[in-house]
Design a protein around this ligand. Structure first.
Ligand SMILES: *[C@@H]1O[C@H](CO)[C@@H](O)[C@H](O)[C@H]1NC(C)=O
Length: 435
């Protein structure tokens, strides 16, 4: 009996040893052990003070699109101290750190470094020291979380089954920094990418994600309607661009209400109209402009075409000349942010593992834009929301508000999530050994 038991368990042992050879390990998440999530979170939390101090330095010294020189230097200096190698510069101030075997599979994690042209109105010790510039969209937290992940991944690098590329990019706010990072090789053979954005509607300790379109394709437009100026008492001797512009603004709104499938989502906002100065002078021209948004990239392209036609047409009806500039040079159009279905399930699993299934929500779609979409045009990726809401400390205001404030307890959570996504992705995507 004893003998039988031994030989029986020996057989099982043999089977267990052989199993990984026959089964591709991409069948399910491969945990290092049962406490994987708890242990990783606890490692990350040991770095909380360091993470908070970095984030506060970034918050006090915000820098705008493509001017993130000090931000970039501060983070690179930390990487240097940790002994992590990186490539710099990409897209002016950006850089990519690399950790792991140097071989495939390769997975990318991304953070953005730029701040907003916004005056901070939160009175606290670490308020922005630069007038009119503020980390009002949480990019200071994104950058800090990714630095935190760099430290954790580096501590665990001997167990990494592939390579992690940590992308620190400039100019998310309108500058399409991601597109320049890609052109300069930031993805470097990565096959999947993950990014997080702080979410003020979610309590700290939770995340929200969604498969498919999550954020809009966006662009700006600027139009000029030329008429002929003159005395306001003699309209017949002038060509009035104010009237033409008024008709144009109304006609533009009909594109959404009359031409778009009601089940689709688009936004057309005219955000400024400028023309004329005097009570009794007909202005020679009017300028107007705004933003277009669509949950599909194709939808945005079609809308751009129709906006151009309507502005030119409406100007012509009023004997004016209309011209439209999509501002692609300064503000390249962003594609729609579309999350990969398989990777989204993976984010759900990893989020549940670290935070508990009840803290992984379904994200809402928002018509804001995100240049993470440029990476997703190249490789599958997921952008998801990470909670920073904490009513007790006033972390309740939406991003881009001058009162925006975030719960720093989210920093180690973000670092741990990045780390787990990369580690477990690599574990899952080992090329099966064929016998
Ligand atoms: C960047 O750092 C330098 C040196 O510390 C400092 O003089 C400069 O004001 C900083 N720039 C910004 C934009 O904060």
């Amino acid at each position: 009996m004893v003998k039988l038991l031994i030989s029986h368990s020996f057989g099982i042992l043999l089977l267990l040893l052989l199993l990984p050879v026959f089964l591709p390990s991409s069948v399910q998440i491969v945990y290092e052990d049962e406490d994987y999530g708890a242990q990783l979170l606890s490692s990350a939390k040991q770095d909380t003070d360091w993470l908070i101090s970095i984030r506060r330095k970034l918050h006090e010294n915000p820098e705008l699109c493509f001017q993130e020189h000090n931000t970039s230097a501060l983070i690179r200096n930390q990487l240097h101290k940790l002994g992590i190698s990186y490539t710099y510069p990409l897209a002016h101030t950006g850089f990519v750190a690399q950790i792991g075997t140097g071989s495939p599979p390769i997975v990318a994690l991304r953070a953005d470094m730029d701040a907003l042209p916004l005056q901070e109105l939160v009175e606290w010790e670490h308020k922005s020291k630069r007038d009119g510039v503020m980390h009002g969209c949480g990019h200071d937290a994104h950058t800090t979380m990714l630095l935190g992940a760099a430290k954790l991944l580096n501590q665990r690098k001997d167990h990494l089954k592939g390579t992690v590329r940590l992308i620190f990019q400039p100019a998310e706010e309108g500058g399409a920094g991601a597109s320049y990072m890609i052109k300069e090789g930031a993805l470097g053979g990565a096959e999947a990418i993950f990014g997080m954005h702080i979410d003020t509607s979610l309590p700290t300790g939770s995340i929200a994600t969604l498969s498919g379109p999550m954020l809009a394709a966006t662009c700006f437009f600027a139009a000029r309607i030329e008429g002929k100026g003159g005395h306001a008492a003699e309209p017949h001797n002038s060509v009035d661009p104010v009237l033409a512009a008024s008709s144009t603004v109304l006609a533009l709104q009909q594109l959404i209400s009359r031409e778009l499938d009601p089940l689709q989502s688009q936004v057309l906002s005219v955000t400024y109209v400028r023309g004329g100065e005097a009570f009794n002078v007909i202005s020679p021209y009017v300028e107007l402009g705004g933003t277009l948004r669509s949950l599909t990239t194709q939808g945005l392209q079609h809308l751009q075409q129709r906006v151009k036609e309507v502005i030119e047409g409406q100007a012509a009806v009023h004997r004016c000349k209309g011209s439209v500039d999509m501002k692609e040079h300064e503000f390249p159009a962003y594609p729609a942010t579309i999350n990969d279905e398989t990777l989204n399930s993976f984010v759900n699993e990893v989020g549940s593992l670290l935070l508990g299934a009840e803290r992984v929500k379904e994200s809402k779609k928002v018509m804001a834009g995100e240049d993470f979409a440029f990476y997703q045009q190249k490789i599958p990726g997921v952008m998801f929301g990470i909670g920073i809401r904490n009513e007790g400390i006033g972390a309740i205001h939406s991003p881009h508000s001058p009162y925006f404030f975030l719960d720093e307890d989210a920093l180690p959570i973000g670092a741990a999530l990045h780390t787990a996504l990369a580690e477990l992705y690599l574990n899952q995507h080992q090329t099966p050994i064929t016998v």
